[in-house]
Design a protein around this ligand. Sequence first.
Ligand code: PGA
Length: 248
Amino acid sequence: MLDRYVIANWKLNLPPEGIGPYMRELSETEPGPAMVVAPPYPYITEVVKAASDRVSVSAQNAADQDKGAFTGEVSARMLFDCGARYVILGHSERRTIYAESDALVARKVGLALAASLTVVLCIGEDLEARDGGRAGTVLAAQISAAAKGLGGGGDVIVAYEPIWAIGTGRNASGEMVAETVGQIREAIGKSWPYGYADRIPVLYGGSVTPENVGDLVAQGGIDGFLVGGASLDSRKLLAIHEAARTTA
Ligand code: PGA
């Protein structure tokens, strides 16, 4: 079995219950899928300090440069220094709102892997592509573009996040996810260095809640979840973790 993950993406939010209480709740995490929390940059060190040995910390983004005159940027190496061990790259909010291209994402992947971070590479199709039967083609293009960052090797997790399912309350069905994960593994086999296709964990993200997680675990053929909205409540996150832990 591949390693499994439940990753909490806080985005530009903090948990209403407060970081200390939230992290104390998470220290109750049972062994099973790795629990990873991705706070906004300035809170990374606080979350690292509050994390028990059951919980790791991720950044939500990183610069496509290592150092220099790039005002406002944070490098992968700095994130590692601050205790982050993962970084989410290519999230659809970065790709669409901040116009991050496939080439930019690939550069970030290369720098993050060189800094010993595990990359959580997000890919996903929009509704037009899904309805037009082009989801597989769109995902394969994103996967193939990211391959340019993989030269030096390193640990990568793929998060399949259909854009139409993010923050909309409309999640993909387990059946649809299973079919898409097959297409994703096939595309990885074609365009990434040998061996990646069989050992890459593939997660699902997009309106995951304690209520819909059961179907996704049972039918989705996935190795865990990237959770946005529901991850801001420690009890919901723990419920999702519990489902991923016990149903796999
Ligand atoms: P959501 O976000 O769970 O709020 O849909 C998921 C994500 O964007 O990672």
